[in-house]
Design a protein around this ligand. Structure first.
Ligand code: ADP
Length: 282
């Protein structure tokens, strides 16, 4: 569905050049929940901006359904960490949700219907006439999710969306995104630096190495669905996966060369990807 072919990105040029992405090749499967996890500063946001057409890669290409991505595609919606800056404070919640639909020329009655439907779906029915600043951080992020939903994207890209909310709200929002994904059969790419979150949410985790980043490993997550904050996190497989991902990232932080100090032998990958399955099934 979404394909990154040998994507690299260097900011600036000459002596001041900062290579942020070494080389990343990655294919997002239709309908999957893929998280991208890696240490701070490794290049996650840069990668996401290249994926969404907000930044042009220095080399390589990004394809969505076989077509080159040169700007944010119509089929894609984005949710950022900074909900405070992504919602317009002078517009009501409903109008914030309706705005991208207006740009898409959706008729007004349909815009309103979709906005109210999306608000109900994120648990904010009745808040359409509020202003974003009247809501808590978690509620504002629900509005950002509702705005993405009302847009009816095929692919939803989220950049550390829950990094600024408290732990309980974060857990609620994680479960909300999982429910939305089930209900709408949407493909989700979710960037996080939180290993537990990546294991809890994903079908697959792309573990990134340090800057300039590359995909160190693609980890299949075979945990049963629907996920549950208590039951899933008590599973032995959950613990094994989080330990595995943690070690891969720590190894990278320690600067060890690839292929050293891995917790499990990688299975033969495809297309140059270091694919591996861990957990009770391995
Ligand atoms: P992450 O999202 O994983 O924290 P980023 O993608 O933000 O990482 O950054 C990756 C690297 O690229 C870092 O070394 C960062 O300093 C650098 N970088 C990010 N944005 C820019 C920019 N606009 N200009 C120059 N360097 C940048």
């Amino acid at each position: 569905m979404l394909e990154l072919r040998s994507v690299s990105k260097t900011y600036g040029s000459g002596a001041g050049a900062t290579p942020a992405i070494g080389e990343v090749s990655l294919t997002v499967r239709p309908g999957e929940f893929l998280t991208v996890v890696g240490p701070s500063g490794c290049g996650k946001t840069t990668l996401l901006k290249c994926m969404t057409g907000l930044l042009r890669p220095t080399s390589g290409e990004v394809l969505l359904d076989g077509r080159p991505v040169t700007g944010p595609p119509a089929d894609m919606a984005l949710v950022f960490q900074e909900y405070g800056r992504s919602l317009m404070p002078w517009s009501t919640v409903r109008k914030n949700i309706m705005l991208p639909l207006r740009a898409r020329r959706v008729p007004r009655a349909e815009r309103e219907r979709r906005a109210d439907e999306a608000l109900a779906e994120v648990g904010l029915a009745g808040f359409g006439d509020h202003y974003p600043w009247q809501l808590s951080g978690g509620m504002q992020q629900r509005v950002a999710i509702a705005r993405a939903l009302a847009y009816r994207p095929k692919i939803l890209v989220m950049d550390e969306p829950f990094a600024s909310v408290d732990a309980q709200t974060r857990a609620d929002l994680e479960d909300l995104v999982l429910r939305i994904r089930e209900a709408h059969d949407i493909t989700i790419v979710f960037v996080t630096h939180d290993i537990d979150e990546s294991v809890y949410l994903s079908d697959r985790i792309a573990v990134l190495g340090p800057s300039p980043t590359s995909v160190r490993e693609l980890v299949e997550v075979d945990l049963p669905s629907p996920r549950d904050q208590v039951a899933t996190k008590r599973l032995a497989e959950f613990g094994e996966l989080r330990t595995h991902v943690y070690r891969r990232i720590r190894r990278d932080e320690a600067g060890s060369p690839p292929g050293v100090a891995s917790t499990a032998a990688p299975a033969p990958g495809s297309a140059g990807e270091d694919a591996e399955r861990v957990g009770s099934a391995s």
